[in-house]
Design a protein around this ligand. Structure first.
Ligand code: GAL
Ligand code: ZN
Length: 667
């Protein structure tokens, strides 16, 4: 692993000088310096300019841009420029264009119009990486390499003949022979048995539900194909350069098909792009979840926020602008949750092209704007927070997350379309957020021993080893909560027989004989006063204590919430979809039992997170409300104030970061 840490927190944006006349560049650098920017990503979509014809490179403009940035003291995260192929590639090699499941060709004119399995694309893109890396390996501005851009954002699933052939190769590798594939795919069903590899295809548009294991394997294959591009580019960079290598992940509940837990091994640092869901009345919760997940992917290490927006984006139905102060709260929430750098898309708002209505650090209206003033303020904030860099985030709770479980849980022909993977993940994480408790969102294969509480939402697909690890964790004294539609299938999407929730039945001391999903809009009451909807199940407590049962609905008297003591720990099961109030109460109970305390006791709507390094700690307090907040905290205020003696006052919408006086961690 190449070390990416500097002396400061990185601050900057994607910078696309090729969209502007060179006269503008000098002003760009001047404004960057004014804003405290110290890192820009350059060249991400520059392929068509850098290589105007196959094998003919024109680096002059990029030489001048990098030199200018260097003279201005701005560092560069240099792109391999492979993100979007130039029009000549598809013109000469139409076979590189991707196809949808129904055979539709996706043409150039947008971006990322290439088949991820195309050997032609691979060859041409690596030739470009060789050329760029060879030329700029020793350029003094370059401190980091940026492979491609959001690999798989638009072209993750390609169903063309080239991809079909690659899929067959991948399957041969996985299964060895057709008998094993037939067994794994359960092809005795619906006359699907394969007798020749040539008969096997991606799950192209079919008259009805495609084989679920075929679908699942195609999703695995597709994530692996994108990852292969990352690995191939990194291999070139490793050979030719010395700077750390990253690529921007898209961790969040909106991007489903790239298994970033497996990709993390292929970068020197994890970086992530995150955009608020404008329609969400509390987008800070989704932001926190994405950041906690990014940190989980990074193994708890600091990570880099490669992109977010200063204000509105352009690609949602209604692109709500950020209110004054929101940019700062968003950015510092990422830092609180482990980001050692805050970058945006993009430096200067484009004048032309599909993203011209996307916000930037320098808006169309220029620097005399709310956005640019906030950008400058944030630059100063990040300088003041330099000492936080390299520290880790305190988290006593883990939430298990597995992309394969997500893919499996949301395949078609399931008991209820209302059961979605992100639903309980978001609900449980939201309850922790409201309780002031930070969680790491980690893969089930993570060592859980350092956590006091583990939450397991909708882990539909689970491997034996991961289910065993959860059992050992509980036996050793841990607390765990498993929610409905977990443990149902093995890695081939085959049901674990004997009653649900299969893999976790013994651990939880329950056995479900039948699912009873609810109708749209239908809800049930529990005998502890809670209400729930979407899902119920005919559950038998077989060893577990019943904490709540249904008071009405299809299954009156049947257990809905259970707890079983196991070894030195406890395993809880929730068989229904509690509303937010009920979820908050359940989570509060679990936190008490597990001895987990909030980072600080804070008023409602005030986000509190602690970073720590050795015996030093910093408390981030983000006031999302429109009233002043008061908290019991003692230490030096790194933002805004001097000292706070016992009581910290944070104005409405503001953020405070305090270097704490004493070790706040409970013994
Ligand atoms: C990201 C992408 C950027 C830009 C941005 C707009 O998906 O990496 O290039 O398109 O979104 O929000
Ligand atoms: Zn293809």
């Amino acid at each position: 692993m190449r070390n990416w840490h500097g002396e400061r927190i990185w601050y900057g944006a994607d910078y696309n000088p090729e969209q502007w006349p060179e006269e503008t560049w000098a002003e760009d650098v001047e404004l960057m310096r004014r804003a405290g920017v110290n890192l820009v990503s350059v060249g991400i979509f520059s392929w068509a300019l850098l290589e105007p014809a196959p094998g003919r490179f024109e680096f002059g403009w990029l030489d001048r841009a990098l030199d200018l940035l260097h003279d201005g003291g701005i560092n560069v995260d240099l792109a391999t420029a492979t993100a979007s192929p130039p029009p000549w590639l598809a013109h000469r090699h139409p076979e590189t264009l991707p196809r949808r499941a129904d055979g539709t060709i996706l043409w150039p004119g947008g971006r990322q119009a290439y088949c991820p399995s195309s050997p032609v694309f691979r060859e041409r893109s690596l030739a470009l990486v060789e050329a760029v890396a060879g030329r700029y390996a020793d350029h003094p501005a370059v401190v980091m390499w940026h492979v491609s851009n959001e690999l798989g954002c638009h072209n993750v699933h390609c169903y063309c003949d080239v991809s079909a052939e690659a899929f067959r190769r991948w399957l041969r590798e996985r299964y060895g022979d057709l008998d094993a594939l037939n067994a794994a795919w359960g092809t005795a069903f619906w006359s699907q048995r394969y007798h020749d590899w040539a008969e096997v295809n991606p799950p192209r548009s079919a008259p009805t539900f495609a084989n679920p294991t075929q679908q699942l394997d195609f999703l695995r294959f597709s994530s692996d194909e994108q990852r292969a591009q990352l690995r191939a580019e990194r291999e070139v960079l490793t050979r030719l350069t010395t700077q750390p290598v990253t690529t921007n992940f898209m961790i969040g509940t909106g991007i489903k098909y790239l298994d970033y837990h497996s990709w993390a091994a292929d970068v020197d640092l994890v970086s992530n792009d995150h955009y608020l869901t404008a329609a969400d009345p509390q987008p800070q919760l989704g932001l926190a979840l994405a950041a906690d997940h990014t940190r989980g992917v990074a193994g708890g290490d600091p990570w880099l926020l490669m992109e977010h927006s200063t204000s509105a984006v352009n690609w949602q139905p209604r692109n709500v602008a950020k209110t004054p102060g929101q940019l700062r709260r968003n950015s510092l929430a990422h830092v609180a949750r482990g980001a050692d750098g805050v970058l945006f898309f993009q430096w200067r708002a484009s004048r032309a092209g599909a993203e011209k209505f996307h916000s930037a650090l320098v808006p169309h209206a220029g620097p005399d704007t709310k956005v640019f003033r906030e950008v400058c303020r944030l630059g100063a904030d990040l300088q003041a927070l330099a000492e936080v860099r390299g520290s880790r985030v305190d988290a006593d709770v883990a939430i298990l997350f597995d992309y394969e479980a997500w893919w499996g849980a949301e395949l078609d022909s399931h008991p209820s379309v209302d059961v979605t993977y992100a639903d309980r993940l978001t609900a449980l994480h939201g309850a922790l957020w409201r309780a002031g408790v930070t969680a790491d969102v980690v893969h089930p294969s993570t060592d859980l021993s350092r956590y006091r509480l583990v939450l397991v939402p909708t882990l539909y697909l689970v491997r034996d080893a991961d289910a065993d690890a959860l059992r050992r964790y509980v036996e050793a004294g841990g607390s765990a909560l498993v929610t409905y539609f977990s443990g149902i299938v093995d890695e081939h999407d085959h049901i674990r027989l004997g009653g649900y929730p299969g893999a976790f039945r013994d651990l939880l001391g329950v056995r479900t004989e039948e699912f009873f999903p609810l109708r749209a809009g239908e809800s049930v009451r529990l005998d502890d006063g809670a209400t729930a909807d979407v899902w119920t199940e005919w559950l038998h407590a077989e060893g577990a204590e019943v904490l709540a049962a249904y008071a009405d609905g299809p299954l009156p008297g049947v257990p809905a919430l259970t707890r079983q003591a196991v070894g030195a720990g406890a395993a809880w099961y929730l068989g229904t979809r509690l509303d937010d109030a009920g979820t908050d109460r359940l989570v509060a109970r679990l936190l008490t039992e597990a001895g987990v305390r909030p980072a600080a006791t804070a008023p409602e709507g005030v986000e509190v997170v602690r970073r720590r390094s050795g015996d030093r700690s910093w408390l981030f307090v983000i006031n999302h409300t429109d009233t002043e907040a008061r908290l019991a905290v003692a230490g030096a205020e790194l933002l805004g104030g001097g000292r706070c003696d016992g009581e910290l006052v944070v104005s409405a919408g503001e953020v405070a970061v305090v270097r704490e006086e004493t070790r706040a961690r409970p013994a």
